[in-house]
Design a protein around this ligand. Structure first.
Ligand SMILES: *[C@@H]1O[C@H](CO)[C@@H](O)[C@H](O)[C@H]1NC(C)=O
Length: 205
């Protein structure tokens, strides 16, 4: 099992293009992100050990904390796509899938923090996430505040269902929204990747 986790733990490279001057990520943040191995497996009925659920992230937090990775500097447990319910609540807030995250993200963050680790979460700057869950378009401030209220420490903001040519103005909106929450949250941007994908050079530094 140690070999297996060693393969999937990797360093998250943070683009400097949208970093906040808040003292975070002065060295490359190190942690574990679920996508590479578990992708959008939401079939907890048939595959409870491998589906995107609070069980998976708690299990990984235990492994990072107790199998020697924490001592080596691995610190973040990062949720990727497919953690959400398909609809926002009546207040317009994101909610975790109630079946797969019955305790909610706040409780998961508390658990991860109790291990001396940090929790990252995933969202998308477009109208939907890459897997079709509700995106952050028109909801940057409310989503940033929700993540801050939950005690989230890092945000990966993907770029599906958004126009790469508009990302120079879209991504900084989340930068501002995160800053406004006053919680230190590392901002991991997919922005340059999407612009490179359409041959567009990044115009901001
Ligand atoms: C918000 O931005 C200011 C100016 O860059 C910075 O000093 C501050 O630490 C930021 N706060 C957070 C929580 O990111």
């Amino acid at each position: 099992m140690k070999v297996f986790i060693g393969v999937i733990v990797f360093i998250i490279i943070i683009s400097t293009a949208c970093s906040l001057d808040n003292g975070l990520a002065l060295t490359p943040p190190m942690g574990w992100l679920s996508w590479e191995r578990f992708m959008c497996n939401v079939d907890c009925d048939h595959d409870p050990e491998n589906c995107i659920s609070e069980r998976l992230y708690k299990d990984m937090a235990d492994r990072i904390a107790h199998d020697g990775f924490k001592e080596l500097g691995y610190e973040y447990i990062n949720i990727d796509d497919c953690w959400m319910a398909k609809l926002r609540n009546a207040e317009g807030q994101l909610v975790a899938d109630p079946k797969r995250f019955p305790s909610g993200i706040k409780a998961l963050a508390d658990y991860v923090h109790s291990k001396g680790l940090k929790l990252g979460i995933y969202q998308d700057c477009g109208i939907l996430t890459c897997a079709g869950y509700p995106g952050s378009a028109f909801h940057f401030e409310i989503d940033a505040q929700t993540f801050a209220d939950w005690g989230v420490d890092m945000l990966k903001l993907d770029g599906c269902y958004a126009l790469p040519m508009l990302m120079d103005s879209i991504y900084p909106r989340m930068t501002k929204a995160l800053n406004k929450t006053e919680r230190p949250i590392v901002f991991s941007c997919e922005w340059p990747d999407y612009q490179r994908g359409v041959g567009q050079h990044q115009t901001r530094q």
